[in-house]
Design a protein around this ligand. Structure first.
Ligand SMILES: [Zn+2]
Length: 493
């Protein structure tokens, strides 16, 4: 997401971050699996992420989500079903899904009624018969969806969940609001393709990640829209928008299909900046290689939402970002587009790796802006350097966020500064090779901070752990290579 505009402030208690679970993050899925003869046992309630320990679930892997939504009207409950195809990675007596709010109706496993108990944001499901390790199974959850559900964070995210618009909705699931929209494994390391089947009243358009595969007028006059995400995606990057939209088709580099989704009355006012997308893609392809997906587009949000979001193949850009000055508009557009490479295609393994996603997006956003009428990149990095000890004190080192400080400035300019320091250390040419290797090696995969350090070291031909570790984890900001005159301001506590 992008934080260019000044966030609205609201007093709110920080979420108590005291929950602990026994499972280590990679424990439930990568530990030596129990032998097939092991007695069935419960899947872990969470993956043990340092920020959100109960997000995601252990004991199975999702291979596809199918969402059936019968949309009615803005802020109006509607009937929904989510069907999940999964494979057990252990013999399961029961397992969890992440699910918040909504009105639960039924849960079946392999077509048979299952026991379901809600415990906070956990939906604990006990199938009629235990599930054998290695076996595929199907879960279906029916519910009345509540498209007014919104949560709030006191960092750059602000509101997340369902974001109502005058004639429909857009989604803002980051960081873990997908559980308000559909039962899921709501953690960025857990990626699966999504099929969306949405029915709407006539006159409305439904859009979602990926490709429109079918549009059918039903006997009752409603229209059914089917989308396939094409690639697996993290739940936090799911998009589903409904409204009175105009679809604006154009073509990017190498024939890439671009489809903007624009509220009818915003088509003309936003055109001058939307039409720059093909140039933005070409500029980023020079630095990061081929655009990683089959299509792209800008979804103009008819909302006063403060921030944009890099939903897979269809970035949500609030209308205000496209109705102001060009430098600001392009910063937001390039930021979310950069995420398609870093954050969407190359996903993060844990929330502590967020600096890799936001740092890259801010780095290229600022580089682009310098070349297109914005402020001088090095000046912004010098300012970030001056603030870096303060940010370490207030928000944690770049790769050591705390839950309430996850989306604070350290993850943006503070993390772009780490990439800048690396560029100063290894030189522009080697840095460019590291970046290309990063988005190539981990295309369509998740990767960690250590993966980045290891790859950078390999490409540079020198061990960069001793250089990057203090930048990413230290309490004090290291000296900036080539800039002995740069000064870090003292911490004010
Ligand atoms: Zn971002």
């Amino acid at each position: 997401m992008s934080t260019f505009r000044t966030p609205r402030r609201r007093a709110r208690l920080a979420l108590a971050a005291s929950i602990t679970v026994a499972a280590a993050l990679t424990g439930p899925v990568s530990q030596a699996a129990p032998s097939p003869s092991s007695a069935p046992s419960p899947g872990a309630a969470g993956l043990g992420d340092p920020m959100f320990p109960l997000d995601g679930n252990g004991g199975y892997k999702v291979s596809r989500y199918l969402l059936d939504f019968d949309w009615q009207a803005p802020k109006t409950p509607f009937e929904a079903a989510t069907t999940i195809k999964a494979t057990a990675t252990q013999a399961l007596s029961r397992f969890d899904l992440d699910f918040a709010g909504n009105t639960l109706h039924t849960v079946t496993v392999n077509g048979k009624a299952a026991t379901a108990v809600r415990d906070g944001d956990e939906l604990v499901i006990t199938p009629a018969k235990p599930l054998a390790q290695g076996k595929a199974f199907t879960v279906q959850v029916t519910y009345t969806a509540d498209p007014t559900q919104i949560r709030h964070r006191d960092d750059a995210i602000e509101d997340y969940g369902w974001i109502p618009t005058p004639d429909g909705t857009v989604l803002y699931p980051q960081p873990n609001g997908a559980k308000m929209i559909f039962p899921s494994n709501d953690h960025p390391s857990q990626r699966a393709p999504i099929t969306f089947r949405i029915t709407t009243p006539q006159g409305l358009t439904a859009v979602a990640n990926g490709k429109l595969t079918d549009r059918t007028q039903q006997a009752d006059g409603r229209v059914r829209w089917t989308y396939d995400s094409e690639q697996p995606l993290a739940t936090q990057l799911a998009q589903l928008a409904i409204g009175r939209f105009t679809l604006v088709d154009s073509t990017g580099p190498h024939g890439l299909p671009i489809r903007d989704v624009v509220p009818d009355d915003l088509v003309a006012p936003t055109e001058q900046y939307r039409k720059l997308t093909a140039d933005h893609i070409a500029w980023l392809e020079e630095r990061l290689g081929p655009y990683p997906f089959n299509r792209y587009g800008v979804l103009v949000g008819d909302t006063d939402l403060g921030v944009a979001l890099e939903t897979n193949t269809l970035s949500l850009i609030p209308k205000a970002d496209l109705l102001g000055d060009q430098v600001s508009a392009e910063r937001n557009l390039v930021h979310e587009l950069t995420h398609q490479w870093t954050g969407d295609s190359v996903g993060i393994k844990t929330w502590s790796d967020l600096w890799l996603s936001e740092g890259h997006a801010r780095f290229y956003e600022r580089l682009y802006s310098e070349a297109h009428g914005g402020v001088v990149f090095e000046d912004t990095m010098k300012t970030a350097y001056a603030n870096h000890d303060q940010w370490r004190h207030d928000y944690g080192a770049p790769a050591e966020p705390t839950e309430p400080n996850l989306f604070k400035r350290m993850r943006y300019d503070g993390s772009a500064l780490v990439l800048y320091a690396l560029r100063e250390k290894v030189g522009q040419e080697t840095f460019g090779k590291i970046e290309r290797a990063w988005v190539t090696k981990y295309r369509g995969k998740t990767a960690s901070t250590q993966d980045y350090i290891d790859l950078a070291s390999k490409v540079a031909g020198e061990d960069l752990d001793g250089f990057l570790h203090p930048w990413l984890y230290g309490a004090k900001t290291p000296p900036m290579p080539n800039h002995p005159d740069w000064v870090v301001n003292p911490v004010q506590s």
